[in-house]
Design a protein around this ligand. Structure first.
Ligand SMILES: *Cc1c(COP(=O)(O)O)cnc(C)c1O
Length: 471
């Protein structure tokens, strides 16, 4: 099954067309033939020709700086590029072969444990991952195993079914976790103008089979922070009432590297005793190119020892907790570089600037009579907006499509239950999206509006736009 469907616009079997200039028009080197696209070519081709084929095709990918859909880092400094290139052959699992890379991973974990106020940062446990998805799988597995150990009299023998409580706004990785590891996903629907999990609903869904509650800092749908401290307090009260002691995992994919610098008064992390684990994406507001995430547990007891594997076939005897075996080490070195390079003050300046751009852009869009803001970019530097009540000539999908004509990628999508009636546009501000670019964006948005207003009505929801939603 091909998960990524090829688009066979040309006749099937048609290979790459050969530019004789690129290929030196040398029949001996095989360049008179068209190399196939969907089967392995019979023989080799010169490296510069192969390079040119791949390079030319990739030119049609989007311009990352105009992509306001993704959370993932699209710019790093030249020095980081050098480090990444120097480390591209390093395999994270070969901790014995690359002890310094392993040491940098340990230091990053210690820095994050300190940043997130682990009670004893030196003994906090954690690891790097390929991203938050893997980190969430690991954190979810730890919750499930802790529950299974505590309920060995009922599970699996007597058929108790574990569940995980979350808002309907969770990122898709939590649905994956529940599906892959056979845990019931108990989702609190959105209601009215509440677009994320609230404390009372979370506690109300917990029972003796609840392995944990996931609180998201910040929601991918609108950039809002979930009330982690309130959720913990509601679970404390639940424990008082019923004896149920439900741990919390904070999915801080984005916010765990924003809030510690910009919202120092917000208590959301290991300062709350109920928070058992936290994840973050190093490749989102950790400011590293794609391929790194982090999972941390507040103390050893939160991560059942039996989930940690010790392998000695690469030499050494290093404990690992991961889904992958081999994995690039370069991003971990780049994360360490970013921590060292910016420090707390640098991170604060960079994230504050990004939030300023988000707040200002949101405010300007909010001033337009065509739109209504749902969030303002003052939590994650991310905001969602929809069309104002009186707007009937066009909808958010039309806006997204028209912006795309100017090169801007701004996804439009509908909200999850029970607000499927609400469709929004979302703008993710990242480092590198400057006030100047935001002004250019606003100019483009302004110039589209007269035509949009003249439409007879919304043009319908095109598949291509609806699928442009990247978490
Ligand atoms: C992006 C995101 C994820 C998934 O993270 P990846 O690093 O892309 O795997 C999980 N949860 C939240 C809240 C996210 O924003």
């Amino acid at each position: 099954m091909a998960l990524h469907k090829g688009t066979h616009v040309r006749a099937p079997g048609r290979g790459y067309s050969v530019n004789p200039f690129y290929g030196e028009a040398d029949p001996v080197a095989g360049m008179a033939a068209e190399p196939p696209r969907h089967t392995l070519p019979d023989g080799p081709m010169p490296p510069h020709t192969a390079y040119q084929f791949v390079h030319d095709e990739l030119m049609l990918d989007g311009n990352a700086r105009l992509n306001l859909a993704t959370f993932v880092t699209t710019w790093m400094e030249p020095q980081a590029d050098v480090l990444l290139a120097e480390c591209r052959d390093k395999n994270m699992i070969d901790k014995d072969e690359y002890p310094r890379t392993a040491e940098l991973e340990r230091r990053c974990v210690a820095m994050l444990a300190d940043l997130w106020h682990a009670p004893d940062p030196a003994s906090a446990v954690g690891c790097s991952t390929t991203g938050s998805s893997e980190a969430c799988m690991l954190a979810g597995l730890a919750l499930k195993r802790r529950w299974a150990l505590a309920n060995a009299d009922r599970y699996p023998s007597r058929g108790a079914r574990p569940n995980l409580v979350m808002g309907a706004n969770v990122q898709v990785c939590w649905e994956k976790f529940c599906n892959f590891w056979e845990v019931e996903a108990r989702q609190v629907p959105m209601e009215g103008e509440r677009f994320h999990l609230d404390a009372a609903s979370a506690a109300a869904l917990c029972d003796e089979n609840t392995i944990g509650v996931v609180a998201v800092l910040g929601s991918t749908f609108d950039g809002s922070y979930e009330p982690v401290a309130d959720i913990c307090a509601a679970l404390d009260a639940l424990r008082e009432r019923t004896g149920l002691d439900v741990p919390v995992h904070v999915d801080g994919a984005s916010g765990a590297l924003v809030a510690p610098f910009l919202d120092t008064g917000l208590v959301w992390d290991f300062r709350l005793p109920r928070v058992a684990s936290i994840n973050a994406s190093g490749h989102k507001y950790g400011l590293v190119y794609p391929g790194v995430g982090w999972a941390l547990w507040r103390e050893r007891a939160a991560l059942p020892e039996e989930l940690v594997f010790r392998v000695n076939y690469l030499g050494g005897d290093m404990p690992t907790f991961a889904l992958n075996f081999s994995r690039p080490g370069a991003q971990v070195a780049a994360q360490y570089y970013t921590f060292l390079r910016l420090g707390r003050e640098g991170f604060r300046a960079v994230q504050q600037n990004t939030r300023d751009v988000a707040c200002r852009l949101a405010a300007r869009i909010g001033e337009l009579e065509e739109f209504r803001l749902l969030t303002r970019g003052d939590q994650l530097p991310v905001f969602a907006f929809t069309t104002a009540d009186g707007v009937t000539a066009f909808d958010v999908f039309d806006v997204s499509r028209r912006l795309r004509e100017r090169g801007w990628l701004v996804p439009a999508y509908s909200f999850p239950p029970d607000r499927e009636d609400l469709s929004v546009l979302r703008i993710v501000c990242r480092n590198g999206f400057t006030h100047d670019l935001a002004d250019l964006f606003l100019e483009d948005l302004h110039s589209l509006l007269p035509e949009l207003r003249r439409q007879p009505g919304p043009l319908g929801r095109p598949e291509a736009v609806a699928t442009a939603f990247h978490h």
